[in-house]
Structure formats: structure tokens, C-alpha cells
Design a binder for this molecule. Structure first.
Ligand code: AMP
Ligand code: FE
Ligand code: ZN
Ligand code: FE
Length: 286
């Protein structure tokens, strides 16, 4: 079983449509892929349709999920949520709040970029983002189009879009303890995404992770491209101490990042344990 529990479609900052992501997952030989767009479930219906239309001999399962933008003490972090009830109103309202504020903040970042001499526009960013939940990667793509930087990743520096960078503007982000409770109340299973991804900015303390565990966190995403070997070992130890599951996943973003689907995977037993905790939705099978 090859299980990849973190992937983005163009419902947020990935470049594949949900149906293309399903096809890419089959091509990559995955058995399970989770669709975890930033603060939205907008891709779920298309992904479900694509799975059900697969030929009889393929056996891909899609785990519907999302990746929630959170912050504590000014430090941003991401919470993966699997198999929650998308209709549960309190959690749905919080996702709406974050998505709506992404538009205000996107405009503000574009303004800053223009003041700093980058000839990009909000219309251009809207075109790049399409119907997707607008984020810095879309603005990074605009900066690439304008010839300001060479790659999306080059836009995430102090000069431009990195946390605290010259053109960075914060968005509304949920307190993570609140987010863990919202996910659980909607029948979902929360997993802390790339908790040690230092290249993305400051990371939270072990105490914060312990607080999240006490609030109902199910696991830590340990095997991730943004973690070096030492970080993985440390996080594995912490997960053991706190009784948390350990996952691995690609955080695939299509052509917007270089990571391949299935580059990191989750143990089938861990996947089984996550499924056993979920009551809000079912995995989508052919
Ligand atoms: P936002 O959700 O708009 O705050 O943008 C955060 C997203 O930007 C993350 O989910 C990543 O996809 C991307 N990102 C953050 N840091 C980096 C980085 N150093 N290099 C490339 N992409 C990044
Ligand atoms: Fe992203
Ligand atoms: Zn993330
Ligand atoms: Fe992600």
C-alpha cells in the first residue's frame, strides 16, 4: 500500500485540477491520496467524480481533507484535517473566514510588491489563482511571470514573500487549539503538517505540540521534504512521548513545487488508525 496524505489541487495553490490530481495519483502508483487544499473543500466533489469514473482495475482511494492556516504567538502553522463533515457549521464558518481574508491580504501583498517595483497586478494573480483559495504561491507565480524572480521558491525570501518579508502581509489564522477542537467536533482527524519546516519560518515549541496533543491532535507529519533527518528523528521521539501517530506525505503542489506525489508515504497501520478515529466523512473509493 502506498499512502500519500497531503496533496494540493488548484482549489488552492496546486496546479493540477482535482481530476488531474486523481489521474496523477493513479499514474504514481498510489493506493491512497488525501486532498488537502488550504482552507477549502472546494475540490472534493470533482475528485470524488474522478475516482468514481476510474476504470474497474484501478483502486485509488481519495481521503477528503483540508490544510488549515493557524497561528500561535505570531508563528504560522498548518493543521491537516481528514474526514471531517464539510457541512458542520462552526468549522465551515472558520474556513470561510480564512478564505475571505486571503483576498484582502492578497491584494495588500500585490500592493506592497508594486511599491517595491514589481510590475504585477491583482487581476493577474486572480487569473493565476482561478477559482482557487488565493495564496502567496499564486503571487509568487505572478512574480515569476513578471521576471522578478526565477522560480516560485525564489519568491519566498526576505526580499519578497517569506514570513516577515518585505511584501508579506498576514492573514487571519486560527488558534491551533481551537482548530483541533473544531476538526474533532466535525468528526475529523487533525494532524500537524510539517511541524519542523524551519525554511518556511519560525516553528512552534514542543510545549505547543504537547498542548495540541492534549486538545485532541492525532498525529505529526514527520516524513516531509522540508524536514532533515535530524528533525525527523526528534519529531518521531516527540510523537512517541505524546502518543501521537506519525505520518509521511509529499505535500504535492503540481508544477508549483518540485516534490513528486508519493515522495513520502504513510504506514498502512497508521492510516488504519487515522480511519478508525474519523466519524465525519468516508474515504472516496471507486
Ligand atoms: P499562504 O497560505 O498564502 O500563507 O502561503 C503559504 C504557502 O506558500 C505554503 O502552503 C506553501 O505552499 C508555500 N510556501 C511557503 N514557504 C515556501 C517556501 N520557502 N518555498 C516555496 N513555497 C513556500
Ligand atoms: Fe501550499
Ligand atoms: Zn502546509
Ligand atoms: Fe500543504
Amino acid at each position: 500500500m502506498r499512502i500519500d496524505l497531503h496533496a494540493h489541487s488548484n482549489a488552492s495553490d496546486g496546479t493540477d485540477s482535482p481530476a488531474e490530481l486523481v489521474a496523477a495519483a493513479v499514474a504514481a502508483g498510489l493506493d491512497v491520496v488525501a486532498l488537502t487544499d488550504h482552507d477549502t473543500v472546494a475540490g472534493h466533489a470533482e475528485a470524488a467524480g474522478a475516482v468514481r469514473a476510474l476504470p474497474a482495475d484501478s483502486r485509488l482511494t481519495v481521503v477528503p481533507g483540508a490544510e488549515l492556516s493557524c497561528a500561535v504567538d505570531g508563528i504560522s502553522l498548518h493543521l491537516l484535517a481528514y474526514l471531517f463533515d464539510p457541512e458542520e457549521p462552526e468549522f465551515a464558518r472558520e474556513r470561510d473566514l480564512v478564505r475571505t481574508d486571503r483576498f484582502r491580504r492578497g491584494r495588500a501583498i500585490v500592493e506592497r510588491c508594486r511599491e517595491l517595483g514589481a510590475e504585477i497586478s491583482w487581476e493577474q494573480v486572480r487569473r493565476i489563482a482561478g477559482a482557487g483559495s488565493v495564496g502567496r504561491p499564486h503571487i509568487a507565480s505572478a512574480l515569476v511571470e513578471a521576471g522578478v524572480v526565477a522560480t516560485v521558491s525564489d519568491a519566498f525570501t526576505a526580499d519578497w514573500l517569506a514570513d516577515g518579508g518585505r511584501a508579506d502581509v498576514r492573514k487571519h489564522e486560527t488558534d491551533p487549539v481551537t482548530a483541533v477542537r473544531l476538526v474533532r467536533a466535525a468528526g475529523g482527524v487533525p494532524v500537524f503538517a510539517h511541524p519542523g519546516a524551519v525554511k518556511r519560518g519560525r516553528t512552534v515549541s514542543d510545549q505547543v505540540i504537547a498542548d495540541l496533543a492534549a486538545a485532541g491532535l492525532a498525529g505529526l507529519e514527520v516524513d516531509h521534504t522540508d524536514h532533515d533527518e535530524e528533525t525527523r528523528e526528534r519529531l518521531r521521539g516527540l510523537a512517541g512521548e505524546l502518543g501521537l501517530l506519525v505520518t509521511g506525505s509529499s505535500d504535492y503542489h503540481g508544477t508549483r513545487k518540485t516534490v513528486r506525489l508519493g515522495e513520502h508515504t504513510t504506514d498502512p497501520e497508521v492510516y488504519g488508525a487515522l480511519l478508525a478515529q474519523a466519524t465525519g466523512a468516508k474515504p472516496i473509493e471507486r
